[in-house]
Write a protein that binds this ligand. Structure first.
Ligand code: UDP
Length: 240
């Protein structure tokens, strides 16, 4: 492993020794919520999230989504293409929950008539504020064409992930994506896709199988991550 490039709340990113256009993402067990005000450890989360992310990126890239994923190196480590992260969290929602419910007063669980894409400006000091497309252009974070591309990719990812999880007995409520740019300006899906970044509900029981178990002290957190990995690895229709 090469030099440490970045350490975040859930992952550490290292340079690789021989390839300047690739990096290694190592997934940690640490968990934070509410802008870092709540902290804890979820046993084996890093192992589960690395594996879940690998399955989902492989699936999305096999279905035409341009992504940064190259291979899983060990149980906590993914090798990915190096990109410059666009400082936006791209959230897609199918069902009201979380900050959408709090901001707009729609009860959690209410179905949205169509998928909603929201952008949040990635800035810890500002608390990742919701931004409009005009804000994004004005701040110089992305051009109008790039914003359209981000929305198109986010909605395509939503359709694919909804199918993936439906076939495994899970409802995809909402999720957050990050994108990056290569040296040549190509936009790639980047970061991770895991129960840390998605709301996943059991289709039969409605049980939450994601980080809300940690955020809201619902218990059985480790079990939920393990269950999501088990289903991600199961064949379509065989998850029960
Ligand atoms: N999310 C994330 N990182 C963040 C904020 C949100 O991965 O910094 C995910 C979250 O897990 C959920 C979706 O994005 O699946 C929408 O989150 P929301 O805006 O509702 O915020 P929350 O209430 O989860 O803080």
């Amino acid at each position: 492993m090469g030099e440490k490039l970045y350490e975040g709340k859930a992952k550490v990113v290292y340079a690789t020794t021989e390839k300047p256009d690739e990096v290694l993402m190592v997934f940690k067990d640490e968990a934070t919520a509410f802008d870092g005000k709540k902290r804890g450890t979820i046993a084996d989360k890093g192992v589960r999230n690395a594996a879940i992310s690998a399955v989902l990126f492989r699936y999305l890239q096999d279905h035409g989504i341009p992504g940064h994923f190259l291979e899983q190196v060990d149980e906590r480590t993914l090798r990915v293409r190096r990109v410059k992260i666009i400082p936006l969290e791209v959230v897609v929602r199918n069902i009201a929950a979380g900050s959408f419910s709090r901001r707009l007063g729609w009860p959690e669980g209410q179905l949205l008539v169509e998928p909603l894409v929201e952008f949040f400006y990635k800035d810890d000091a500002l608390g990742d504020p919701l931004v409009t497309e005009d804000h994004i252009r004005l701040l110089g974070l992305a051009t109008a064409d790039e914003i359209n591309r981000l929305k198109e990719l986010a909605l395509a990812v939503n359709r694919l992930l909804q199918d993936f999880w439906r076939e495994r007995g899970i409802v995809l409520v909402d999720f957050k994506l990050e994108f990056g740019k290569t040296e040549t300006g190509e936009i790639l899906l980047a970061d991770e896709i895991s129960p840390d970044t998605c709301r996943l509900w059991d289709a039969e029981t409605g049980e939450k199988l994601d980080k809300d178990r940690f955020r809201r002290d619902l218990g059985r957190v480790e079990e939920a991550y393990a269950e999501v990995l088990r289903r991600a690895r199961s064949a379509p229709g065989q998850a029960k």
